[in-house]
Unconditional design. Structure first.
Lengths: 196, 257
């Protein structure tokens, strides 16, 4: 996806975005996850400072329980034949969420009221979200096996009530891999036949 | 550059800057002076000149910023004439323009193109203060903060108040980002709860980043799904055809016969 924006304009919008992010309230739930996702997309597109993008990723992670699939499907702006979606960013958000979950559990036992820790219902919801995400990006033939496995292993076991979601994602991934391989072979076979 | 023809006296008597230019000039028969960098340009100068000639015109929030800045540049102070333009514009600013939030925002917006003079005459900082003052006074969120601190409200409201967009939030979106930032910081200094700034920030972001990033549409997803299904379908038929040709199929049989 090529940029259609003037460099001067791009610079101005970059400053605007970085300033807005610096002004965002610290409190959870002050802003919706969808809004944060929109800001993150813009930040990636405008190539703001990494600090700005990481800040937004952390904020999204803190509210991941409220997120929908669209919020995680951030387009990749790489020029090369990379995946359609920015998988690394989504992965970092998920990792952040899991780290917060762990911290939250520790605080809960200490009776610390300050840290608002998510309930196990939240965990199940996020687990399902991650599975849906996995299924969605599984259809991208540029997704490497290692990347797929890394993401799949992130999904916490406690959140998996059934294995349906995981099975579906793996199924899609394997079908797509098989399809792209077979397409290569079939075209090769066709050309061989023609040249005989 | 515009050329203006004026009678010398009214301008020289009221504009310290022009008086100095004339007196410092070595040319005895000086017929023209240059006024580069006059804040507000020709439009502002015309109004200032009209003032010098005693011609009435309306001062409003739209022109007050350029008038004040032009008056500053031309040194139209009490030193040169009683009731001069600097004093008149100051009176309007304090008594009218900064009394309402809309007025203050309008003046601030105009000031953006009148820097650095607008900063020099403290117009920018006064506008920011006025906006912060009115916003905090009128908003229920500085009040809500105080109430929740005293634990007077039920816990559900105190911990999860729903930020509503204040009536002035839209007005602030016309401001440049650095000025906007200063306004918000001023508001927080006056006790406005940071949490409640969410909606204002959202509005500003939506306005300035509009058209930059399109949200993922359902149609693009549908198209991808359709393409995928088509490819599966295509491949399954291709496999059949391949098997047919690879084994030789009907043609070899015909040849042998």
């Amino acid at each position: 996806m090529r940029k259609k924006i003037e460099p001067q304009q791009e610079h101005e919008k970059r400053v605007v975005l970085e300033t807005i992010v610096s002004l965002l309230p610290r409190e959870k739930n002050a802003l919706s996850v969808s809004f944060l996702s929109m800001l993150l997309r813009a930040a990636i597109y405008l190539e703001t400072t990494v600090a700005c993008r990481l800040d937004l990723e952390k904020r999204m992670a803190a509210q991941l329980g409220q997120a929908v699939l669209d919020d995680l499907l951030i387009p990749s702006y790489a020029f090369t034949g990379d995946t359609l979606f920015d998988v690394d960013t989504a992965q970092r958000i998920m990792v952040n969420y899991l780290e917060l979950e762990v911290d939250g559990n520790q605080f809960r036992y200490n009776g610390n009221e300050e840290h608002v820790s998510s309930s196990s219902g939240d965990l199940e919801r996020v687990g399902k979200l991650m599975e849906n995400y996995l299924a969605e990006i599984a259809s991208d033939r540029n997704l490497s096996v290692s990347k797929f496995i890394t993401l799949a292993e992130l999904i916490p076991e406690q959140s998996r009530v059934t294995e349906d979601g995981m099975y579906r994602a793996i199924d899609i991934y394997m079908k797509v891999k098989e399809l792209s391989l077979n397409l290569k072979f079939s075209f090769k076979a066709q050309t061989n036949f023609i040249h005989k | 550059m515009d050329d203006w023809c004026f009678l010398q006296f009214p301008l020289v008597s009221k504009c310290g800057h022009i008086r100095k230019l004339v007196s410092e000039s070595s040319d005895a028969d000086l017929t023209s002076v240059e006024l580069p960098d006059c804040p507000g340009g020709a439009e502002a100068f015309e109004l200032a000149a009209m003032f010098c000639y005693g011609i009435n015109f309306e001062i409003s929030t739209e022109n007050i910023a350029m008038l004040r800045c032009a008056a500053e540049y031309l040194e139209m102070t009490e030193e040169y004439a009683i009731g001069n333009l600097v004093g008149r514009t100051e009176a309007y600013i304090n008594e009218v323009a900064l009394k309402s939030l809309a007025g203050a925002v309008s003046v601030l917006h105009m000031s953006q193109s009148l820097l650095p003079t607008a900063e020099k005459v403290k117009l920018v900082s006064r506008c920011i203060d006025a906006i912060a003052f009115v916003a905090c006074k009128d908003s229920h969120f500085s009040m809500l903060g105080r109430l929740s601190d005293s634990k007077g409200l039920p816990s559900s409201i105190a911990t999860h108040p729903k930020p509503i967009v204040d009536w002035w939030a839209e007005d602030l979106t016309v401001l440049r980002i650095d000025i906007f930032q200063r306004v918000l910081v001023a508001m927080m200094s006056r006790g406005y709860k940071h949490y409640s700034l969410g909606p204002v920030l959202m509005l500003y972001a939506q306005k300035s980043l509009r058209g930059l990033v399109r949200s993922r549409s359902e149609t693009s997803r549908l198209i991808r799904m359709l393409l995928l299904s088509f490819l599966f379908f295509f491949f399954s038929h291709l496999a059949c055809l391949n098997k047919l040709f690879a084994s030789g199929g009907i043609w070899e049989d015909e040849e042998e016969n």
